[in-house]
Write a protein that binds this ligand. Structure first.
Ligand code: PRP
Ligand code: URA
Length: 209
């Protein structure tokens, strides 16, 4: 399906299969999400610009590459986004972090915002929005709109699973934002859940229902 970059690395696919399995424990689910987030982060940052700096090794002076420009911002859509955030911060510990508190109203499937906190200078940074699930895309669209209102103009979106319907709606609303996902599933069910999916990501991460 055009519109999303699928990260089909064998380790990602293997870990995702275990996460989908309903017999996987809360503890196992959280650990796997953290592990996968390292691999997704590796892919979404693959084309970050580099610049050379002069350093001295124990043997010689050299020009060596280092990340150019301002630090990244990871924007986590609560709650489940935090499962991806932690691993990403392991790889890019200097990144800034935005938190966007949203939950889906189970009847209307529209997002309800309860929290927003982001660094001031979003317009000068690449913002990587993280949330394991892109279902109707209502939550992702609302989160990105909010970030754009605060100045973000260089945004990427990373998830674990996406529904074709969600990708289409997302691309309609934000054609300028690239989507990175580990898999594109079949469809949404009548309750807006991704099928076959993995269930409710937040509940599986935190053992709630
Ligand atoms: C889940 C998920 C996304 C959203 C995706 O969160 O983490 O944020 O649903 O659905 P959508 O694409 O149809 O908007 P949920 O609202 O269940 O909140 P939680 O993370 O606090 O459990
Ligand atoms: N949110 C989830 O956590 N899972 C889905 O399948 C859809 C939305």
């Amino acid at each position: 399906m055009p519109g999303a970059i699928v990260i089909d690395h064998p380790l990602v696919q293997h870990k995702l299969t275990i996460m989908r399995d309903k017999s996987t424990s809360t503890q196992g689910f959280r650990r796997l999400l953290r592990e996968i987030s390292l691999l997704l982060c590796y892919e979404v940052t693959r084309d970050l610009p580099l610049t050379n700096i002069t350093i001295e090794t124990p043997l010689a002076e050299m020009q060596a590459p280092t990340l150019a420009g301002k630090k990244l911002v990871f924007a986590s859509i609560l709650r489940a986004g935090n499962g991806l955030l932690e691993g990403m911060l392991d790889l890019v510990p200097s990144a800034r972090v935005a938190h966007i508190g949203l939950y889906r109203d189970p009847e209307t499937l529209t997002p309800v915002e309860y929290y927003f906190k982001a660094p001031e200078d979003l317009s000068e940074r690449m913002v990587i929005v993280v949330d394991p699930m892109l279902a109707t895309a209502n939550s992702a669209i609302a989160a990105i709109e909010k970030l754009q209102q605060r100045g973000a103009n260089n945004v990427r979106f990373v998830c674990l699973l996406a529904a074709p319907e969600g990708i289409a709606r997302f691309k309609n609303a934000h054609p300028e934002v690239s989507i990175y996902t580990a898999a594109i599933d079949e469809r949404l069910n009548d309750h807006g859940y991704i099928v076959p999916g993995l269930g409710d990501a937040g509940d599986r991460m935190y053992g709630t229902k």
